[in-house]
Ligand binder design. Sequence first.
Ligand SMILES: [Zn+2]
Length: 170
Amino acid sequence: MAELQEARIVGTPALDGRYITEMDMWPLECPEFNRLHQFYDNLREGRFTTTKCKKCGHIAFPPGVICPKCWSEELEWVDLPRKGRVVTFTETQAGAPIGFPPPLILAWLNFGKDSPLKHLLVRIVNCAEGELKEGDEVKFVVFDVPSHPIEVKRETEVRDRVYYAFERVK
Ligand SMILES: [Zn+2]
């Protein structure tokens, strides 16, 4: 009888072998792979932004490379509010996907009627189990995610990455 081969996770050094590259849930943010790299550059400056159509004025989120209303490609970057209120939320206390330490909290936020972005479904970080309440004020926060190696002109470069979430205003 053939011996059972041990399953092995082949990690890349940059990811500390935590998961295989195919399971990487974070976007490739560099200009070589992502036409929306400006969004991530803005995150690095602490800005929460999206694209606004210069022709019809439509503001889309998530940002895009074309206006979903009039198909114009003439877009500009605009800032979004960095504080909102929790309308409702879910808390996953066990069995969250790899890379998401429990509790994994996803909240539906309200930014108010004057905001270009009315609502957002987003992850809440830095919050203990049972701590978040409906109506809580939350603020935008940027955090580092595992770097990603890419090949540029046959050289491997490791590019830093960031992502965003919200956290409670204490
Ligand atoms: Zn448009």
